[in-house]
Design a protein around this ligand. Sequence first.
Ligand SMILES: NC(=O)c1ccc[n+]([C@@H]2O[C@H](COP(=O)([O-])OP(=O)(O)OC[C@H]3O[C@@H](n4cnc5c(N)ncnc54)[C@H](OP(=O)(O)O)[C@@H]3O)[C@@H](O)[C@H]2O)c1
Length: 268
Amino acid sequence: MTVTVYAIGGGQMVEAILRAALRNKIIEPEATVVTDVSEKRVNYLHENYGVDAQTTINEKKLKSAEIVLLGVRPQDDWEKITAQIGAAEVSAQVISIIAGVTLTQLQTASNTEIAFTRIIPNTLTDTGYGYSGVTLGERAERELVTPFLESFGKVDFIPEEQIDLYTGYAVCGPNYVYNFYIALTNAGVLSGLSRKQANAIALENLKGAAKFLELTGKHPYELLDINNSAGGVGINAQHEIDASGFAAGIQNAVLAAVQRTTELGKKG
Ligand SMILES: NC(=O)c1ccc[n+]([C@@H]2O[C@H](COP(=O)([O-])OP(=O)(O)OC[C@H]3O[C@@H](n4cnc5c(N)ncnc54)[C@H](OP(=O)(O)O)[C@@H]3O)[C@@H](O)[C@H]2O)c1
């Protein structure tokens, strides 16, 4: 089953979402419209994905879409766009990815009864991994939005109060992993491995350790207990990790990301 989508704002995030939805065949290029203010962007999206892309909103196509994707930034004129969606009296499920803009703000700006869903989208859309945090508005229909949302990652239905927390922890999540990967590979090079070897080994260990956690369902402390034998190599490395600011550094980074998301939401 495919859905017809009308996206407003054709930037990086919308492109990543549409690319995954097209690859997973939940949308078709000829049944997908994107409006972006930039002519260059519109041409790029049409040439690369075959979607119908234009610089102004086509009300007829907007009204016939099953899903409207609001993909502009908080500093763009989302209120005007939302008012336009309201005036068109769309019956679509309207999914907003605009950071910091609440369901109440969207509902107010639309000036009518629209089925809004607010999400913080997964950014690993090309991989098949990653979670989007999703809050359904009062009129949203879960079974109508879910197939589209699942075409670009896993879906976690959360209360709206958790959206900022989700942004800082889940959606920024790959950043923490990239940092760990850099630290680990530099350690490999520092100890004498080539960059190529260090990168390959670290990537394999990252994938393998994640798979093993998933397969065993065990807490990592249990796995460390197996690896860290008495007086051995592992427990000596463990001592250095425990003595460093490693855990607190990651935890502080997540808390700072959550705090910044909240601050930006207040500004928007
Ligand atoms: N990127 C991420 O990783 C990420 C993750 C989670 C959530 N988000 C959210 O996703 C939204 C988009 O982010 P992004 O990174 O994709 O930003 P982006 O690449 O800057 O995309 C926004 C696009 O909307 C266009 N635009 C501005 N005003 C418009 C209007 N009135 N009508 C139609 N198009 C308009 C912009 O054109 P101009 O540039 O020419 O103004 C730009 O092409 C934001 O609200 C952001 O918070 C992004």
